[in-house]
Design a protein around this ligand. Structure first.
Ligand SMILES: *Cc1c(COP(=O)(O)O)cnc(C)c1O
Length: 387
């Protein structure tokens, strides 16, 4: 059976061009970048080239990039590292209710270290309002962390406006841009952000490598102590192959971004319209227009997301009921609940995220197999009475 992958928000395959760039660093170019002989120096310059390339893509300087082990680590470093280095200035941190757990759980953890937190509500589309943010800022506020694009419903936040509120209040602004990379503009000056997290495996790079952009002048404590790598801000021998792969993946993603967005938006809308035509009583979660080009998130009344996923899997289709981390648990998505969607409807949600290899034929196959699955599950549901 052909398998169809509709879960690109969870992870993406490494592109062949990226793998080719990476391979030599596992074998012949294996030296430690901190060593002074040729093997080491070659690896040091590979990291330098990757850092320069990424800096050019983000519109920042190479010194403003810290390589990390993943997107989650970048989020942790931004929040814990900044809070610990700046606690003399204040102890209040603001985030939003729909953040990825790498941000939300980290911010909540800071209360154990004596920090106070505010978790901003979102509107029905999952968007954070700059006015609400302005109202939540206090004299003790030191840090705000709001995601660029949501990983479950694809809603895009007004980052330049949110960042402006923070800049005017003298508060540091971090954004988790992990889900935005490849689809949205990542220029840090246009966005106005002070810190930004990325993860390579979400844009066709390898797993196990990410980065945190940190604007010059922003003070950060290190979370991992040891060697002097990353200018003392992240100890540990660098993941050279991963870093090289991430740089290549970002170059390719940015070069193809607009063309890819146009193609994916058309496929996404074909899918949304097709689902609405074929399945009664569904709702689209997330913003109708301010959403990632590859994201479809729907709630299907009277059925459960988990049974839907199992039935789709039997047909060879990989999808998600929310974030990868909540699948497998029976809790409803914190994102959908924060958007005011009732528990029973949030439970029947399905996330389909398209990728650069997704075809019209795959969309049409899904549109063919999903409606009968929904009918079957609804027929078993005590709540459902077809009108
Ligand atoms: C995937 C994801 C992360 C975590 O990145 P990892 O590299 O998997 O740790 C963080 N934030 C968002 C929005 C994500 O989608």
């Amino acid at each position: 059976m052909n398998r169809i992958y509709f879960d690109h928000a969870a992870t993406t395959p490494v592109r062949p061009e990226v793998l080719t760039e990476m391979l030599p660093y596992f074998t012949e170019n294996f030296g430690n970048p901190s060593s002074i002989y040729a093997w080491g120096r070659e690896n040091r310059s590979a990291i330098d080239r990757a850092r320069d390339s990424i800096a050019a893509q983000l519109g920042c300087t190479a010194r403003e990039i810290i390589f990390t082990g993943c997107g989650s680590e970048a989020d942790n470093l931004a929040i814990k590292g900044f809070a610990l280095a700046n606690q003399k200035k204040g102890n209040h941190i603001i985030t939003s209710a729909v953040e990825h757990h790498a941000v939300l759980d980290t911010v909540k953890y800071m209360t154990k270290l004596g920090f106070e937190i505010t978790i901003l509500p979102v509107d029905q589309y999952g968007m954070v309002s700059p006015d609400e943010l302005a109202k939540a800022i206090r004299p003790e506020t030191i840090l705000v962390s709001i995601m660029y694009a949501n990983n479950e419903v694809g809603t895009i936040n007004p980052i330049p406006e949110l960042a402006k509120v923070c800049r005017e209040a003298g508060v540091c602004f971090h954004t988790d841009a992990v889900q935005a990379a490849g689809a949205l503009d990542l220029n840090v000056d246009k966005l106005g952000v002070d810190m930004m997290s990325l993860s390579a495996h979400k844009f066709y790079g390898p797993k196990g490598v990410g980065l945190l952009y940190v604007r010059k002048g922003v003070k950060l404590d290190s979370l991992i102590h040891g060697g002097g790598q990353e200018r003392g801000r992240r100890a540990g021998t660098e993941n050279v192959a991963g870093i090289v792969g991430m740089a290549k993946a970002l170059e390719l993603a940015n070069a193809e971004r607009l063309e890819m967005n146009a193609r994916l938006t058309a496929l996404r809308d074909r899918l949304i319209i097709g689902l609405r035509d074929r399945i009664p009583e569904i709702r689209l979660n997330g913003h109708p227009t301010e959403r990632l080009p590859n994201n479809v998130n729907i709630s299907i009344r009277y059925i459960e997301g988990e049974s839907l996923l199992l039935n789709l899997d039997l047909k060879g289709i990989a999808a998600s009921s929310g974030s990868a981390c909540t699948s497998g648990s029976l809790e409803a998505s914190h994102v959908l609940l924060a958007m005011g969607i009732p528990h029973e409807i949030a439970h029947g949600s399905l996330r389909l995220t398209l990728g650069r290899k997704t075809t019209e034929a795959e969309i049409d196959y899904l549109l063919e197999v999903l409606p009968p699955i929904v009918e079957k599950l609804r027929a078993m549901s005590p709540l459902y009475s077809p009108s």
